[in-house]
Write a protein that binds this ligand. Structure first.
Ligand SMILES: Cc1cc2nc3c(=O)[nH]c(=O)nc-3n(C[C@H](O)[C@H](O)[C@H](O)COP(=O)(O)OP(=O)(O)OC[C@H]3O[C@@H](n4cnc5c(N)ncnc54)[C@H](O)[C@@H]3O)c2cc1C
Length: 571
């Protein structure tokens, strides 16, 4: 029994834990709530059958009882993996219950049980409670209708829980650029790690004492094998963790530059179609999409999905199909040697290929105002910097920009920060942002949108403390700000291709008939995604006149592989 009002009906610890002889660890909880006893019993029976070995199934007969049980479970330090709620209940409806439950356990997956007639309510709930899935009753047979969906959600939850539970322990100052870069690297490369702020976490000082590290040697990374790395660079840490890797071969059919959606799609399609493929990524797979807190318009995910979830799925898929992924390597030059295409790497080596796909996307534009460069990583961040979200609790956050990426960030940080101010240069959001996001922002009490406003300076001693803001009426004021996230557009980083590949005047790469420039040497026209160098293709945001969307980047990545086949067949 969990509380007077909730019932547990699967073992508190898994068989595996008993067998290992170690102190048993309690299984995470799946909490079910339905006011109809027969339906509750049926869903509990099926969940027990599918997941009872790994999870504890707890039942409650009303939303109120479930909330009480949830508070008690959290007080006891239990992990809550998933909440499943019926929509139609007297008193608290399923949606209202999930709104309250989300405050208590924000990381638990949320599933609504609905009858066909309640589908509208379920779709509404996607925005209201950040719903992960709605399940239509009845879910028969459970092996087809229930288990795959629940398994998928639990795998995603487990991946997040594992990241927070173990591995590397990183100790540093929150407003230190070096610490921020290491945290960002660990999080974006999905390395299980725990982060300790030396100013806030008592445990941090204890760990430093035990490891014999002085506070002026921060940040420090404590690895699982006992290694202590004082002030490591990202590359040093990556190498010690085996994240960076080395190419397995010296020649490939296809070298992909960039691991965003376009590059990952090409890796999946290339590897699955027998093309020897390697993808080179300078930071972490996922690209811009990997930094999105929630992608709402990607086909097939009605409840949206986070960029990190999409990245995890795509990276696993590419690896499983046999693509090699080489991270923390920048490509620095492209050379043409007869039919070979040589890519130089920042680590000093090079890769030889029959074909190359440039999928290097775009990078954030820096805000050129006094103080911004000095305070980057110390309260000023480019992109959503999801690692910083929790630290923004009870703080004032400013988001600069008026496009979808800024809107998503404002919605995301509003869950953590006490107040979010959006500074938008234009007169309104309508020209730059999708309507669904504008509506979400309007519904949030703690988000203020200031149009015609700009940040003209950042101030702070070692960390951001205030912004000077110019308002629409021309007045200027200094405002206390704890963190500022900048989204003011992006540009392609293609200078390393100058003189080799034809680009437009902004650095975007020309493709297809646009790439048939002086010096094009083949009797045929370039293929649609082919650049001015035969056998070198381009996909995604870095292509001139591309549509800046995840789906189009993925589509172009897949299409490029089919053109690679055509090219290789002709060669
Ligand atoms: C915060 C945010 C939210 C967004 N939300 C949405 C959304 O909801 N829906 C939507 O459709 N679109 C969204 N977008 C746009 C979408 O993410 C992009 O259109 C998409 O990611 C482009 O994919 P890409 O693969 O072309 O390039 P990118 O995603 O830019 O990836 C390029 C990759 O190449 C790497 N790279 C660059 N140069 C090199 C080099 N020389 N060597 C090695 N690697 C290199 C980079 O590190 C990067 O990882 C969002 C963008 C942002 C920033």
């Amino acid at each position: 029994m969990t509380s007077a009002s909730a019932v547990t009906d699967s073992p508190a610890v898994s068989d595996r834990d008993h067998a290992s002889g170690e102190a048993p660890r309690r299984n995470p909880v799946i909490l079910l709530v339905d006011d109809e006893p027969a339906v509750l019993a049926a869903v509990a029976r099926d969940m027990r059958k599918g997941f009872g070995g790994r999870y504890r199934i707890v039942r409650a007969g009303s939303g109120e009882d479930a909330l009480e049980a949830l508070r008690e479970l959290v007080r006891r330090g239990e992990q809550i993996a998933m909440l499943v709620a019926d929509q139609r209940m007297p008193g608290l409806s399923g949606t209202d219950y999930l709104v309250d439950a989300r405050q208590i356990v924000p990381s638990a997956k949320r599933v609504l049980l609905t009858a066909y007639a309640d589908t509208e309510a379920a779709i509404q709930a996607i925005n209201e409670v950040d719903l992960d899935y709605y399940l239509l009753k009845p879910w028969d047979p459970p092996e087809e209708e229930l288990f795959p969906v629940v398994e998928d959600l639990l795998t995603t939850w487990e991946a997040g829980a594992a990241l927070e539970a173990g591995g590397v322990r990183l100790i540093g100052h929150r407003f230190s650029r070096a610490t921020h870069e290491l945290r960002d690297f660990l999080s974006r490369n999905r390395v299980p790690a725990r982060w300790f702020d030396v100013e806030r976490d008592g445990e941090a000082r204890q760990l430093l004492k035990v490891s014999g590290v002085q506070e002026d040697r921060l940040p420090v990374a404590l690895l699982e094998d006992g290694t202590v790395l004082e002030r490591p660079t990202v590359l040093e840490l990556a190498e010690r963790l085996g994240v960076a890797g080395q190419p397995a071969s010296d020649h490939y059919d296809l070298v992909i530059v960039g691991g965003g959606p376009a590059g990952l799609a090409a890796a999946v399609y290339g590897a699955s179609e027998g093309v020897r493929t390697i993808m080179v990524e300078r930071e972490a797979p996922g690209g811009q999409a990997g930094m999105s807190s929630r992608i709402e318009n990607y086909l097939g995910f009605p409840a949206g999905l986070s960029g990190s979830d999409l990245t995890r799925r795509a990276t696993d898929q590419a690896r499983r199909l046999g693509a090699e992924l080489l991270t923390l390597q920048n490509t620095t030059a492209l050379r043409v040697e007869g039919s070979g295409r040589i890519i130089e790497l920042s680590g000093g080596g090079s890769l030889s290929a029959s074909t190359v796909l440039i999928a290097s996307g775009v990078s954030y534009r820096q805000l050129e105002a006094p103080g911004f460069a000095e305070l980057t990583g110390q309260g000023i961040y480019y992109g959503a910097a999801i690692t910083e979200a929790r630290a923004c609790a009870d703080q004032h956050v400013v988001v600069i920009g008026g496009a979808n990426s800024a809107g998503q960030a404002a919605v995301y940080f509003s869950q953590y920060a006490v107040r979010v101010t959006m500074l938008v240069r234009g007169k309104s959001l309508t020209r730059s942002m999708s309507q669904y996001l504008i509506e979400q922002i309007e519904a949030l009490d703690n988000v203020e949108v200031r149009t015609g406003a700009a940040a003209v300076a950042a101030e702070g001693d070692g960390r951001l403390q205030a912004l000077r803001i110019r308002n629409a009426d021309g007045s200027e004021a200094r405002e206390d700000v704890d963190a500022c996230f900048v989204f003011i557009g992006a540009r392609p980083m293609t200078d390393w291709l100058a003189g080799v590949i034809a680009r437009d005047d902004r650095g975007y790469i020309l493709a297809g008939l646009d790439a048939k420039v002086d010096g094009w040497q083949l009797p045929r026209d370039p293929f649609p995604l082919e650049t001015s160098v035969p056998g070198v293709f381009v996909a995604g945001d870095v292509r001139a006149r591309s549509i800046k969307r995840v789906a189009s980047a993925v589509g172009e990545g897949a299409m490029a592989v089919s053109l690679v086949h055509q090219y290789l067949a002709e060669a």
